[in-house]
Design a protein around this ligand. Structure first.
Ligand code: SF4
Length: 372
């Protein structure tokens, strides 16, 4: 089976204030057991031909170099990625001290996604990040020196108290470093985070919605002027440097996730591993499968996912791919909704497929729901 492979490393130096990901503070002993459990889970998985490999988290680079080496050697031994397969490691610019990126490159890593988030020291401190702007620049330099071909930066906008000027500064600094890929996120306040509690207590002022839209539009203009192509609602890349792993996801391709809380979706079966790190380790030590939730997706659910994810891509999706996946004609089934959205200027439906216009991008959630 061909699939994107994801490995979750659930450890961080400490929890950022806005973070709702499955991550816990790094603990040497627990992390060591976790890596060994991850190898056991690799053993449990059948034959998979990786279309891409993504080591995410959490903060994979909080692991000692030796542990990262073991994970990557495990990937090679169990799944034998073909030469040239995209292999990404997520990294936090504040954890570069112990990582030998030249060694990671020798182990097959050809892409590093850096969680920069902002280039304003006050914003980074407010987010609870462990690095300043200088560390982002040093991290990019270190990656270039190590010969890592693809570097991506993540940025967050619509932060508490953030104005257009601060956001433009972050964008300009990111562009100045000339990474091959830039991802934008607008801050979302998730239950269970420190930001959620602060927001509920009225302790933060978020930019109004019109400002959030303006921040997004400013980013699109600046990034496109700088030679980045928007290939997904929030993702921009220099031509030829789109993230293969995420494109597979937005194309509703199969993916297998290993590690605590990791999701998988293969053919019509969706599943998730236990989120609790200790329970994940215990299960694998007992030789048990760490999966806890699995369901077979109905055709309707698969169609819905295909449309929702496909419309996130700038090129949308093709009628041919829809027919290949579901054996039915998209326009026969969704023609009236597509026509309504096209008349309102939210989608563009050509003879081959359908995609969102910029007006549709700005109202994407609402537009997508119109199809169901
Ligand atoms: S580094 Fe990333 S995963 Fe870790 S706590 Fe911060 S936002 Fe969450």
């Amino acid at each position: 089976m061909k699939a994107g492979l994801y490995f979750h490393i659930p450890f961080c130096v400490h929890k950022c204030r806005y973070c709702s990901f499955n991550s816990i503070p790094y603990n040497r002993e627990l992390a060591w057991k976790y890596v060994s459990a991850l190898l056991k889970e690799m053993n449990l998985r059948g034959e998979i031909e990786p279309s891409s490999v993504y080591i995410g988290g959490g903060t994979p680079t909080v692991l000692p170099m030796e542990s990262l080496r073991i994970v990557l050697e495990g990937v090679k031994e169990h799944f034998n990625p073909a030469a040239g397969t995209e292999i990404t490691v997520e990294a936090n610019p504040g954890t570069f001290g112990g990582i030998d990126f030249a060694a990671l490159k020798a182990l097959g890593v050809n892409r590093v996604s850096l969680g920069a988030q902002s280039f304003n020291p006050e914003e980074l401190a407010a987010l609870g990040r462990i690095h300043g702007p200088g560390e982002i620049t040093r991290a990019v330099d270190a990656l270039r020196e190590a010969g890592i071909a693809d570097v991506g930066l993540d940025l967050i906008h619509s932060l508490p108290g953030q104005g257009l000027r601060q956001w433009e500064k972050s964008l300009d600094e990111a562009i100045r470093l000339s990474p091959q890929h830039i991802s934008l996120y607008d801050l979302s306040i998730e239950e269970g985070t420190e930001f959620y509690t602060m927001n509920k207590a009225g302790l933060m002022t978020l930019p109004p919605e019109e400002m959030q839209v303006e921040m997004y539009l400013v980013a699109v203009n600046r990034l496109e002027e700088a030679g980045y192509e928007r290939y997904e609602i929030s993702n921009f890349a220099r031509p030829g440097h789109e993230c293969v792993h995420n494109l597979n996801y937005w194309s509703a391709g199969d993916f297998i996730g290993l590690g605590a809380g990791a999701h998988s979706r293969a053919v019509a079966r969706a599943s998730r591993n236990v989120c609790d790190v200790k329970e994940y380790i215990v299960r694998l030590e007992k030789g048990e499968d760490p999966g806890e939730a699995a369901e077979t997706l109905t055709d309707m659910e698969r169609e819905r996912e295909f449309i929702m994810l496909g419309l996130r891509k700038r090129r949308g999706f093709s009628f041919e791919d829809f027919r290949a996946g579901f054996g039915t004609d998209f326009m026969d089934k969704y023609g009236p909704a597509a026509a309504k959205m096209a008349d309102a200027g939210y989608v563009s439906a050509g003879p081959d497929g359908v995609r969102l216009t910029m007006k549709g991008v700005l109202a994407s959630n609402r537009v997508i729901m119109e199809f169901f």
